[in-house]
Design a protein around this ligand. Sequence first.
Ligand SMILES: [Ca+2]
Length: 365
Amino acid sequence: MNRSTLLGIALITLFISGCANQSPQQPSNLNLATPNPAPSYPNSVGAYRAEQITGDYANYTALNQFIEHMVKDHGFDRQYLLGLFSNAKRKQWTLNYLNNSDKTLKGKPGKGSWTKYRSQFMDDRHINTGVIFWQQHQQSLEKASLQYGVPPEYILGIMAVETTFGGFVGNHRVLDALTTLSFDYARRGDYFRTELEKFLLMTRNEALDPAKPVGSFAGAMGLGQFMPSSFLNWAVDFNNDGRRDLWNPDDAIGSIARYFADHGWQNGQPVVSATKGPLPASSPIEPGLDHPYDLQNLRQAGIEIAGDCRCDYPLRLLLLRHDKHDQYLIGHPNFYVITRYNQSTHYAMAVHELAQLIKSRYTAF
Ligand SMILES: [Ca+2]
């Protein structure tokens, strides 16, 4: 049953109960005498049924506890979930990959790290695909830009970095990815169990078989690589077909724009600025997303922003390490908004640069 059908039923029920309450035959204390009706849930999709979990996740106490939580708090059928998780596969590749990257994450970015990261994205493939995508989805991009106050090129910048406009949306079953990370990756198990919970709610609400969607090894889905919690909070049905579909370009456009707007994007404000002159040899100002400064802090430390800016908001010093030199920039709050999508200076800078490159090639056509 889809959401619009449910809404229709809810509205009819409301209408009928509204009429009934106006009937002279109804006792005035009807509401006090009527017990609360049991909550009704949409039907889950897929013929899964088992009395206990078999397969890779047999005998996982934590998974059985999770299933009990889904039954108790969200009204899922126990046998359905036991059957579904009997299909889940442990992704050893993902666990090995994450354990290795956890080791290399520690420490400051190395020399040339930005040059290397940047080279994955600043190429004709990303830029030209962006220009074509803009031409094909011009209407949706304009509508999203008007409705949410986010320029088209930044919506495109996200899709460019995430999936090259749907060219690669991942081939890991989301069920396997999230089950593995929830129950075999202790460092972030709590986070992924919440995502798994939201994923089951999402697939039930949208009438999807939870064993079908594929995405990144971490369970991110669609053109904008939304995690399930982002889907529930920010996905929009932007083509008005009654479904929120992260794999549909129009829905992805609207959803990314809404994500930016809800995280504080200020239309018309800059994203990054250059610094004027060289930075002082020593300074108490630290680069990075976790260190907001006001304009006065920066000036007192001898750091000046190029161009005119009232900048009466938090600013961040950004460090980009090229092969042969280090570059310092100033990140405005809009830069910080991009990092709410992915908490990385490199990521947000790649989105910003691609946005500018796609825009200039698009407008040159
Ligand atoms: Ca839709």
